[in-house]
Design a protein. Sequence first.
Length: 278
Amino acid sequence: MARAENKETVGPAARMVASVAKRLRLKKGMTQDQLGAEMGYTGAAISAMERLTQPVSDEMLVKLEEVLGDGTGIFEEMRELVRLEKLPEQFRDYAPIEQKAVGLSLYAPQVIHGLFQTEEYARALIGGGYPPLPEARVEELVEARMLRKVLFEREPTCLIELTLHETALRWMVGSEGIMRDQYRLLAECARRKNVTLQVLPMDAGLRGENAGARGEINLVETPTHHRLVYLEVQDESVLITDPAKVSTCAQRCAKIRAQALDPRESLGLIERLAGESG
């Protein structure tokens, strides 16, 4: 449902979309109902987008381009800006880097990594955080997180190595049904040719080794084959580009993978958890 308070939090990119869409609609002599009918939306949805009481979705931008764009690509160009605007502020500098990466080495110690989350898992995780967020903002963040998944299908291929601590698998988020679907998605991802998924087991530290004790790591290889690290904690983030510090994180990632179950064992564990939650 559209809410008036959403208008106060709408960013400049979404405001530009609303303004341009309204101008082009009027130029074509279309009512909101007529535009909505051609796009597959209600007139009320078009009104809410133009009045900034409902965030414009990525799907709506695609339809706006088809109906109003006239081959100019204007709404297509706005899609990336709107996507970035919907992301948490601390993530915006990193998001374009992630989407252009040719390689990712990831370690997620507490919850499933955002790239690998189902929509319902993400919604339960984001919606259950503190301080609580408005429903519309939760949906914005969920949509933005799901759009990151284009990285899996993108050309050139991005090679992704993900190590999950077993804690992230066993920490229940939302419901057993949500977790079951999450396990199934992880199993599907693990079978992708460009994905290596491993699990760092609970007992990995019994031998006195625990390379993952210092928290999450997002190690990125850029198209120019430079490496950097993105870290985030308590809604604060940092991008590390210093070669020595990046090297330390890369070594740490390698050690974490060495201490983890191998990919086949990891997939077996995930499949067992999916069966147990079924």
